[in-house]
Write a protein that binds this ligand. Structure first.
Ligand code: MN
Length: 212
């Protein structure tokens, strides 16, 4: 997708992730917050026709090379656009059983077990001060890593490719969980679409290798 960016449709109904994520939170999160980032990303790029052919991921990876006047708009709203598109894609009603194939092997090699990954990611996301995201990402060296970022910063800004992310802005959980971020982080694993995380892993795991 490139300019003008459009709000991606959810692959499920707003109430489909109940009780883990409530319908009202999903509706506001998608139709207000994500829609807002989409609109503001387009506004930031409006007068820059030379950038209209790039995806949000490309713009974030190449942020330092963009005109100074669009960098904060792309970082914040392009990040918000891209992060939420990924977030919806790796969620599914009821979740999917567990990682399989290459992703399962890579998780075991990097963290020891899926439970150890969950614990590490929940710790990183849980201790992110203020607004941000917790991530499972592939490093520039092809290794799986858990990380957290502030605000709408994408791991792409630092050369990491996110394959799973959990939003820890209060708008992602406050209506149902109030200040109980750890409860939200525990519940999120019930609705993870491991098939999509696995597909993202397969697509990105060798992406860091340069051909020349
Ligand atoms: Mn959000």
């Amino acid at each position: 997708m490139a300019y003008p960016f459009e709000l991606p449709e959810l692959g499920f109904a707003y109430d489909a992730l109940e009780p883990h994520i409530d319908a009202r939170t999903m509706e506001i999160h998608h139709s207000k917050h994500h829609a807002g980032y989409t609109k503001k990303l387009n506004a930031a790029l409006e007068g820059h026709a030379d950038l209209h052919g790039y995806s949000a991921g490309q713009l974030l990876r190449g942020l330092d090379g963009l005109p100074a006047s669009v960098q904060s708009g792309v970082r914040n709203n392009g990040g918000g656009f891209h992060n939420h598109a990924l977030f919806w894609d790796v969620l599914t009603p009821g979740g999917s059983a567990a990682p399989t194939g290459g992703l399962a092997s890579a998780i075991d090699a990097a963290f020891g077990s899926v439970d150890a990954l969950k614990e590490k990611l929940n710790a990183a996301a849980g201790s992110q001060f203020g607004s941000g995201w917790g991530w499972l990402a592939i490093s520039p060296f092809g290794e799986l890593q858990v990380m957290a970022t502030a605000n709408q910063d994408s791991p792409l800004l630092d050369g990491y490719t996110p394959i799973f992310g959990v939003d820890v802005w209060e708008h992602a959980y406050y209506l149902h969980y109030q200040n109980r971020r750890p409860d939200y982080l525990s519940a999120i694993w019930n609705v993870v679409n491991w098939d999509r995380v696995g597909a993202r892993y397969e697509a990105a795991k060798d992406g860091w290798i340069e051909t020349a």
